[in-house]
Design a protein around this ligand. Structure first.
Ligand SMILES: Nc1ncnc2c1ncn2[C@@H]1O[C@H](COP(=O)(O)OP(=O)(O)O)[C@@H](O)[C@H]1O
Ligand SMILES: [Mg+2]
Length: 255
């Protein structure tokens, strides 16, 4: 199972990705949490894992990636990344530190002024999602970059379901409508989570998307607010997210 957590910046993607990772872990899954947002600096803290080398760094950075793309005769030690099938065992240990059994993989970060755009990160993420083999007890949760650029790069065709996070703002409601359309274009089903939800939000969102697509609602919680404020591990268990994950699993088994 591969879930792509999407939404606008600040909507709660990272928070809900960690809550989902923990929920799936409690259900007995082997969880890989993928940090695909080059502007996330604290996901490892929320997940309670040490900061590690990014996947792009292990590939020699942007220059190394370029060399792999151009390799006409890739050597076994340096296979053509775009054709390789991956399993858990292929990810170098040093890029996937485990925190309470959840493994976190960072795709890449912008670290230097003037180093160029984030396209190489998208260029790594798409084949990674496409070729990564998950077994029935494996679960990958991808905390996607804010916004919709990854749809333009066709990344979102390589997940089993998009999880659209909506926060209480007009901007987020409009984006939800666009996410719905883009996910249909990608051929990937979408389920929405209302975050920081209350009755006013529930009423307002009904004018933008079909309420049947809303699979979970999470209200504002002090524990989550404080974990985000202080950059500490999320230990909070949200029954709504546990329920969402059970529903996602049964939908996956049924499909
Ligand atoms: N349900 C919630 N209750 C309280 N605070 C929340 C909740 N969801 C997210 N937050 C806070 O909102 C902020 C943005 O959340 P974050 O997960 O970082 O968003 P994103 O990854 O989409 O940018 C963080 O400070 C986080 O702690
Ligand atoms: Mg984030």
């Amino acid at each position: 199972m591969k879930f792509l957590v999407c939404g606008k910046g600040g909507s709660g993607k990272s928070t809900i990705s960690v809550l989902m990772a923990r929920a799936f872990q409690r259900m007995g899954k082997r969880v890989l949490l993928v940090d695909a947002d080059e502007s996330n600096l604290g996901l490892h803290r929320l997940a309670g894992s040490p900061s590690a080398e990014t996947l792009l760094e292990t590939m020699g950075g942007k220059a190394g990636l370029q060399a792999r793309k151009q390799a006409v005769f890739p050597s076994p030690a340096c296979p053509a990344f775009y054709e390789t099938a991956f399993t858990w065992e292929d990810i170098p240990e040093r890029c996937v530190p485990a925190a309470d059994g959840i493994r976190l993989l960072k795709i890449g970060k912008i670290k230097t002024f003037g180093e160029g755009c984030a396209c190489p990160m998208g260029g790594v993420l798409r084949p990674f999602l496409d070729h990564f083999q998950t077994g029935p007890d494996d679960c990958m949760i991808v905390d996607m970059a804010a916004g919709v650029e990854h749809f333009g790069r066709s990344v979102d065709a390589h997940g089993d379901r998009i999880i659209g996070i909506i926060d209480p703002s007009f901007e987020s409601f409009k984006l939800a409508r666009i996410l719905r359309k883009l996910s249909a274009g990608a051929g990937t089903p979408i389920a929405f989570v209302l975050n920081k939800a209350d009755a006013r939000m529930r009423e307002a969102i009904g004018r933008f998307i079909d309420p049947a697509l809303i699979w979970a609602e999470l209200r504002e919680h002090d524990d989550l607010f404080l974990a985000g404020l202080e950059g500490r591990p999320i230990v909070f268990e949200a029954a709504e997210i546990d329920e969402l994950c059970r529903r996602l699993e049964s939908a996956d088994v049924a499909s």
